[in-house]
Design a protein around this ligand. Structure first.
Ligand SMILES: [Fe+2]
Ligand SMILES: [Fe+2]
Length: 394
């Protein structure tokens, strides 16, 4: 049985050997043979053909993080060479594999790699390259143009699969009362890949198609915005992803709220308001019961409706400052909520929402975070698209 770690190690080994020996040299042929055999026998859980994602400090096989390859040097090199994703479209031959290795080697050897050269090798049955986002409904024509100019070889993500995984995750929480941590992390890693396909940070945001998608689109958007903000504040990749998981799960307590209350077009009565306001405590409870690694997510779920001046809910008996991650998610949460059309009001344009946040900076929101958020939105290109149920296209 092949395994993904063994394949990647022998893949890296062959690249190393190829720099030392010319074509046809026995050592080189032996190394390529060994890597090809590993790849040939490799399948993902479910029998699909292998797909790898390389992040700065992690390697993901399908949706599973390869712990053995944490901070793998070659992963960094591949990312620097514009290779963030590697996937097989069909079984390939030994010759095709050899040609592919030479291409990769060529890219690795270029001292300054231009990621605009990201390309696919579809004819060989292997696609690799940087990752971009499938744009369908951008808010800004200039961004559409920018998107259209992405190199044609850029692999495109639609986030349909991430939304699907999150819906599954919500069902799991509902039926088992526990949050599946690995899947939550997998969604966040995919979002992080989608944010960094281009040389500029991209904020891949989803827009509602149907109302019952609200919690899904909102949760993915808050995760993206929170990671974008954390990144522009200089947080490290691991912290950024923890904040992403916290953003993704901040409203998980809403799974217990009846849909008629969640989607009520008018003002809530006292009883409904009490049900609605219990979601931070319910969310924190379910997260705490799930995994001790989710401490930050539990704190954020508990605190994300508490204002800087202590207002909001739940009411703290002994007022204290909320965690930075909670204050950060609070800003992103309100931004996305106001930017989304709800049964009782239209979506607000970005400028109006920013004005709302700025007017309340210092009372409801942390002013430094509002200022940083405004900068993040200017720096990151927001790609907004309607969530569809079409399968992901990568
Ligand atoms: Fe909330
Ligand atoms: Fe929220």
């Amino acid at each position: 049985m092949s395994d993904p770690v063994r394949f990647l190690n022998s893949f890296a080994h062959s690249l190393g050997v190829m720099t030392l020996y010319p074509e046809g040299h026995p050592s080189r042929e032996k190394a390529v043979d060994a890597a090809f055999d590993e790849l040939d026998g490799l399948t993902m859980p479910g029998g699909q053909l292998p797909a790898f994602t390389f992040l700065e400090d992690e390697v993901v096989f399908g949706r599973e993080r390869l712990r053995e390859l944490k901070s793998w040097d070659w992963g960094k090199r591949l990312v620097a060479a514009g290779i963030e994703r590697l996937e097989l479209e069909r079984k390939i031959t030994r010759d095709e594999f050899n040609a592919f290795l030479e291409e990769v080697l060529g890219r690795l050897m270029l001292s300054a790699v231009d990621t605009s050269e990201a390309r696919q090798m579809r004819s060989l049955g292997i696609r690799y390259g940087a990752v971009g986002l499938q744009g369908q409904d951008s808010i800004d024509p200039a961004l559409d143009a920018a998107f259209a100019s992405l190199p044609s070889g850029t692999l495109r993500m639609t986030l349909g699969e991430e939304a699907e995984t999150f819906r599954w995750l919500q069902n799991e929480v509902q039926s088992n009362g526990a949050v599946p941590l690995l899947e939550a992390e997998a969604v966040v890693r995919s979002l992080s890949v989608a944010m960094h396909g281009d040389s500029r940070m991209v904020l891949p945001l989803l827009k509602l198609k149907e109302f019952d998608q609200y919690t899904t689109t909102h949760s993915l958007n808050v995760a993206v915005l929170a990671m974008g903000l954390a990144e522009s504040l200089g947080c490290r990749p691991k912290e950024i992803r923890s904040i992403g998981v916290a953003g993704l799960l901040h409203d998980i307590g809403k799974i217990r709220i009846p849909l008629e209350v969640l989607t009520k077009p008018g003002k809530l009565n006292d009883e409904e308001r009490a049900i609605m306001n219990s979601h931070p405590i319910d969310g924190a409870r379910v997260i705490m019961q799930s995994d001790e690694d989710l401490g930050m997510a539990a704190t954020v779920a508990y605190e994300h409706h508490i204002m800087l001046n202590g207002g909001g809910y739940p009411v703290l008996h002994y007022p204290r400052e909320c965690a930075m991650a909670s204050r950060l998610v609070h800003v992103c949460d309100v931004y996305d909520a106001l930017s989304t059309k709800r049964p009782y009001r239209d979506a607000w344009p970005s400028e109006k929402t920013m004005q709302y946040l700025e007017e309340r900076a210092g009372t409801e929101f942390d002013p430094d975070l509002v200022a940083a958020f405004s900068r993040t939105l200017k720096l990151g290109q927001a790609h907004v698209r309607v969530l569809s149920d079409e399968p992901e296209q990568i």
